[in-house]
Design a protein around this ligand. Structure first.
Ligand SMILES: [Zn+2]
Length: 208
């Protein structure tokens, strides 16, 4: 079993199953895409115990699987409305043919989870409640749609804000450990250092 299992949804979002401590087998699921079944199958097959789902933000391609997830779900509650009501978002993705499900289960405030083992970073910009999750024990950070290998998240969608994005890049991203591997919400992983050196949009926004 790997520390990190990656499942890429048909929506192109990445879902990660993270088991930071093999000894306790407690697993966190980063984001819940609509097509969650392969993820649930993996958890079952590997006999993992679910610590909870950590949502990087409230967009449907990261949240629409909430209804099929059996465990606690954590999100920055600034994104609760987005996550519960995907209808507006789905209107702009006419090609996807996804059912708009209003989620009425429980959502927990993710910022309460901040510990030494799991560091929760609030990085608004893509959405108000955008969050990154760092696991220092295995040297990884999950950034959702905040920072990608070659780009950054859009700021023109509902609750997005370019000034907040610039602030988050300068005050959150720059503090990430250079040696850590960054796993984004879409596309490939890379080291923080390499992204700092090569990501043109990040470089443009630094000290803007
Ligand atoms: Zn998004």
């Amino acid at each position: 079993m790997d520390d990190i299992f990656v499942y890429t949804s048909f929506t192109t979002s990445n879902c990660y199953i993270v088991t930071p401590n093999r000894s306790d087998g407690i697993t966190y699921v980063i984001d819940l895409p609509p097509d969650l079944e392969p993820v649930l199958n993996y958890i079952k097959q590997e006999n993992l115990s679910i610590g909870g789902a950590l949502l990087t933000h409230g967009h449907f391609d990261h949240c629409l699987g909430m209804g099929s997830f059996d465990g606690s779900i954590y999100i920055d509650l600034n994104d609760e409305q987005l996550a519960r009501n995907p209808e507006e978002q789905l209107k702009s993705f006419v090609g996807l043919n996804l059912e708009s499900i209003t989620f009425d289960g429980e959502l927990n405030e993710v910022n309460q989870l901040d510990t030494k083992e799991l560091v929760v970073h609030s990085n608004p910009g893509h959405t108000k409640g955008s969050t990154s999750f760092e696991f220092p024990g295995i040297g990884v950070i999950f950034t959702g749609d905040f920072i990608f290998k070659d780009g950054i998240g859009r700021t023109d969608l509902s609750t997005g804000d370019t000034n907040e994005m610039i602030h988050s890049i300068n005050n959150v991203f720059t503090k990430f450990n250079n040696d850590y591997i960054l796993y984004p919400g879409h596309g490939d992983k890379d080291t923080v250092k390499s992204i700092k050196n090569n990501n043109i949009l990040v470089k443009e926004y630094l000290n803007d």
